[in-house]
Write a protein that binds this ligand. Structure first.
Ligand SMILES: NC(=O)C1=CN([C@@H]2O[C@H](COP(=O)(O)OP(=O)(O)OC[C@H]3O[C@@H](n4cnc5c(N)ncnc54)[C@H](O)[C@@H]3O)[C@@H](O)[C@H]2O)C=CC1
Ligand SMILES: Nc1nc(O)c(N)c(N[C@@H]2O[C@H](COP(=O)(O)O)[C@@H](O)[C@H]2O)n1
Length: 221
């Protein structure tokens, strides 16, 4: 199967959470980590999130440092990577920041998405139908490969992280472990879904202190 190099990037609290029980956006990364994340975005061809993250965080998914955007332009690239949302039912709000004009946006939907919703979203984004009930990530990876995407950064949330790992579509996971405790039995962790029968194994590729936390890059073992 032809697919981009895929890495998950996430910020995790000391107690293993990526958000709180209300699923609000929590600033977990240190300023030093945010700077690295921005660089990783700038070096990627596309950034993908699940619709849960769009509805919770309303992210822009853009490169924040103007120098990094200028560097991309010097390389003949658009200032920002392509934004991709896995959105089975085409629920992305029409005023979502991910649909603003800062970057190209691809919304991947399933066959269950309503035609009317798709038509409205088509005015602001490129729509890809992949999968019957849920977005078929393998089909989406092939679509992105054909669209020239060679490096894909997955920025959560926990459900989309789970499916990427389950389907064997992840090459690396970069986690920033931060010195904060969020608490909450129901707060999401890096990966949700059902437990794997056999745990998926990763090995440490690199490890770096970035302010009040540690960034570890894990590659598939
Ligand atoms: N700390 C961090 O680095 C990050 C934290 N977050 C947090 O994560 C939470 C959102 O995570 P989740 O609710 O798990 O939502 P999510 O962002 O993982 O989206 C899940 C949704 O995507 C859709 N989807 C379509 N195709 C799918 C497929 N093949 N597999 C899985 N899902 C598919 C489904 O509707 C599913 O409910 C928020 O609280 C957000 O703040 C999100 C990103 C990064
Ligand atoms: N790296 C990182 N650290 C945190 O502390 C975070 N909360 C997140 N969240 C991710 O970044 C998205 C927001 O992007 P914009 O700043 O709006 O461009 C958010 O939706 C999560 O995917 N990441």
């Amino acid at each position: 199967m032809r697919r981009p190099f895929v890495f998950i990037n996430s910020a995790v609290s000391l107690d293993g959470k990526i958000s709180n029980e209300r699923r609000e956006q929590v600033k977990i990364s240190s300023p030093e980590d945010f700077a690295v994340v921005d660089k990783l975005r700038a070096e990627s061809d596309a950034i993908l999130v699940g619709i849960g993250t769009v509805l919770s965080d309303d992210p822009k998914l853009t490169v924040k440092n103007p120098d990094l955007r200028e560097e991309r332009v010097r390389q003949g690239l658009p200032p920002n990577p392509v934004r991709v949302v896995a959105d089975s039912l085409a629920r992305t709000p029409l005023n979502a920041q991910v649909l603003n004009s800062d970057a190209r946006t691809v919304i991947a939907v399933s066959e269950r998405a309503e035609g009317e919703r798709i038509e409205k979203l088509k005015e602001k984004a490129e729509i890809v139908v992949a999968g019957k009930n849920r977005v078929d990530l393998k089909a989406l990876m092939e679509y992105l490969w054909d669209a020239g995407i060679r490096k894909l950064m997955v920025e959560g949330g926990s459900e989309i992280n789970y499916t990427f790992i389950k389907e064997g579509l992840v090459d690396e996971i970069r986690v920033f472990y931060s010195g904060i405790v969020i608490g909450g039995a129901k707060a999401p962790t890096l990966v949700s879904g059902k437990s794997f029968d056999v745990p998926v194994k990763f090995k440490i590729k690199s490890c770096e202190i970035l302010g009040n936390g540690v960034a570890v890059v894990w590659s598939l073992r």
